[in-house]
Design a protein around this ligand. Structure first.
Ligand code: 3PG
Length: 214
C-alpha cells in the first residue's frame, strides 16, 4: 500500500511538477520512466483526454518509482475516478468545497487552484494551505505572489500557467513558492515521436532548478 503524502510533500519533491496531456495510452509508461530518469517523480496527468485515467492506471501499476497524480479535477466525481485509477494526488484548476471534501474523504492529497484572495481564504478554511496558483502568469505572476506574502504568509504556492524553463527560476526564488507546474517538459511533438531521451534531458534541467524555500 502506497504511503499517503501531504500536499506540501507533493510540492516539495522536485522544483517542477510536469503538467502532462496524454493522447495515447502507449505513451504513458515510457514517458513516466523518462521523467523519473531525469529526477522528476511527481507527475500530473490531466483528466483532459479519453485515455487519461487509463494512463494514470498504467503508470501507477508499471512505474512504482513515479508518483502519479491527476490534474484538471473539476468535480467530486473526477476526484473519485482519479483515486480509483491509482492517482496519489490531485490538482484542480479552481477550488470548490465539494472537491475539497471529496479529496479529504478519499484521502487524496489535493493541490487546489486559486487565483484570488477570496479563493485562498476558502481553501484555507477547509484546511488547504499548499495551493496551485492558476493561471499564474496571466493572473498577476510574480507581483501577485509577492502581494500575497503579507496576508497569506502561511500559504505555499505552486504557480502554474505560463511558466517555462525561461521564467521558472524567477518564481522559484520567491519564499512562498515551493515548486512550479508546467507543460513545457512534455512538448507535444516530442511525445508523438517518442523521444524519451529528450524528455529525460528536459526533466534533468527542471530537476536542477534552484529554489528559495528548500
Ligand atoms: C494547464 O492546466 O494547462 C497548466 O496550467 C499548464 O499551463 P502551461 O501550458 O502554460 O504550462
Amino acid at each position: 500500500m502506497a504511503v499517503t503524502l501531504t500536499p506540501l510533500e507533493v510540492m516539495s519533491d522536485a522544483p517542477v511538477i510536469p503538467v502532462i496531456v496524454l493522447t495515447e495510452l502507449a505513451q504513458a509508461v515510457p514517458l513516466a520512466r523518462a521523467m523519473v530518469a531525469g529526477g522528476i517523480r511527481m507527475l500530473e496527468v490531466t483528466l483532459r483526454t479519453p485515455v487519461a485515467l487509463a494512463c494514470i492506471e498504467a503508470i501507477a501499476r508499471d512505474v512504482p518509482e513515479a508518483v502519479v497524480g491527476a490534474g484538471t479535477i473539476r468535480s467530486a466525481a473526477d476526484a473519485q475516478a482519479a483515486a480509483m485509477a491509482g492517482a496519489r494526488f490531485g490538482v484542480s484548476p479552481g477550488y470548490t468545497g465539494a472537491i475539497g471534501k471529496a479529496c479529504h474523504d478519499l484521502g487524496l492529497p489535493l493541490l487546489p487552484g486559486v487565483a484570488t484572495a477570496g479563493e485562498i481564504m476558502a481553501a484555507q478554511e477547509d484546511g488547504y494551505t499548499a495551493l496551485k496558483f492558476f493561471p499564474a502568469v496571466q493572473a498577476g505572476g510574480l507581483a501577485m505572489l509577492k502581494a500575497w506574502q503579507g496576508p497569506f504568509g502561511d500559504v505555499k504556492f505552486c504557480p502554474t500557467g505560463g511558466i517555462t524553463g525561461g521564467n521558472a527560476g524567477e518564481f522559484l526564488r520567491l519564499p512562498n513558492v515551493v515548486c512550479v507546474g508546467g507543460s513545457w517538459l512534455t512538448p507535444r511533438e516530442t511525445l508523438a515521436r517518442g523521444e524519451w531521451a529528450h524528455i529525460t534531458q528536459i526533466a534533468q534541467q527542471a530537476a536542477g532548478l534552484k529554489r528559495h524555500s528548500l
